[in-house]
Design a protein around this ligand. Structure first.
Ligand SMILES: [Mg+2]
Length: 374
């Protein structure tokens, strides 16, 4: 089998709300959720879909950069290649756009990777999770992202989310430790028996992070995501020894070489996995295997993924048995998408989509309707 054709379409999906991070809104309402869709067609007519979902205030890629990387470099270099040779596809992509500490424009490469996985699974008539070869779970639980400026607002969001069926709550912190601890306390108070953790998105200095830990440990918080700058190995190590909480690295767990360095330096004990940052399922699987073998706690995450990235992540997280609620918040923010049938949720849990490939069907009329002239 050979990859015969790759079409790249930029789309803008409308948002219900804007996600606010310590450094500001992740994007504007008008901007919407912008993704680059990849339709990959093999020489026997089998089609697979992938997507790049950049979040330009989280990492360095933009919609425009992913579209140009895909159209001008990545798609041309994999045309004619066997889609079953996923390792070879990445080798070719890495020859075109060099990896650094991360896999080198990983969000763009992610679209080719997912499309190839979808395509080969469809050609065999099997589900992606079956191809991943692990069925530790058949369903994952979604967390509600709580991004609030006051404790009252945090409590209100949490109570409403609980009424909607959420049992996991991730609190965005990284502003000021005492204020942030009050937000966490409000969420814990409203969350019932739900699981609550905090994510600072690199927002703290070491001193601020230590202060925050002291304030929230008595609240029973056991997980704290990316407290300090991604390159600050010294601070991550200090935090691990200073608090009984699991420090999970997200922005720092950017690629396998750096994760191995963090393991060597005993500076990692938890890791957030998101397929966009790893360059797709090929590297995400390797990072999950590394984590499982090294005793590192796995946390499921995303970049406000639209349905293709969302579905691929559900397959991966279920395969690797990620049993904490996962921060796949696309459905929380994205108002409309490009699916023929909507994703089905049950009390804010999602069963692994069944059927060939990703287990979802793309409505190309909707893709055309949301298309951006790029
Ligand atoms: Mg994070």
């Amino acid at each position: 089998m050979k990859i015969e054709r790759i079409e790249v379409t930029a789309v803008r999906l409308p948002l219900k709300a804007v996600l606010t991070l310590p450094k500001g809104a992740s994007r504007s309402l008008e901007e919407g959720k912008r993704v680059a869709l990849v339709k990959m067609t093999a020489d026997d007519g089998t089609v697979g879909w992938g997507e790049s979902g950049p979040s330009r205030r989280w990492s360095a890629e933009t919609l425009e950069s992913t579209v140009s990387a895909l159209r001008d470099y990545l798609a041309p270099c994999v045309i004619g290649h066997d889609p079953f040779d996923i390792a070879g596809l990445h080798q070719k992509m890495n020859q075109e756009i060099a990896p650094g500490l991360d896999p080198g424009q990983p969000i763009a490469k992610n679209a080719i990777d997912i499309a190839a996985h979808d395509l080969i699974c469809r050609s065999m008539g099997i589900n992606l999770q079956s191809w991943l070869g692990a069925k530790r779970l058949d369903r994952i639980s979604l967390a509600r992202l709580v991004s609030a400026s006051t404790p009252d607002e945090a409590a209100r969001i949490t109570m409403q989310a609980r009424a909607e069926g959420y049992r996991g709550f991730k609190v965005k912190v990284g502003h000021e430790p005492d204020h942030d601890a009050a937000l966490v306390q409000a969420v814990v108070g409203a969350a019932g028996d739900g699981f609550v953790w905090a994510d600072a998105n690199q927002g703290y200095t070491l001193e601020q992070a230590l202060r925050f830990c002291r304030r929230v440990e008595p609240l029973g918080i056991t997980l704290f995501e990316q407290p300090v700058a991604m390159h600050d190995i010294h601070a991550m190590k200090r935090l691990i020894t200073a608090t009984p909480m699991t420090i999970a690295l997200d922005e720092a767990a950017i690629g396998i070489p750096f994760v191995i360095e963090l393991i060597r330096r005993e500076a990692i004990e938890g890791m957030a996995i998101k397929i966009n940052k790893t360059g797709g399922l090929f590297y995400a699987r390797q990072m999950c295997d590394l984590a499982l073998n090294a005793g590192i706690k796995l946390v499921g995450s995303g970049l406000m993924d639209a349905p293709i990235g969302f579905a691929a992540s559900v397959h991966l997280f279920a395969a690797y048995g990620i049993d904490l609620p996962v921060d796949l918040n696309g459905p929380q923010f994205i108002a409309e998408d490009y699916l023929r049938q909507p994703l089905v949720f049950e009390g804010q849990t999602m069963a692994v989509p069944q059927g060939p490939g990703l287990g979802i069907e793309i409505d190309e009329d909707k893709v055309r309707a949301w298309r951006l002239p790029l």
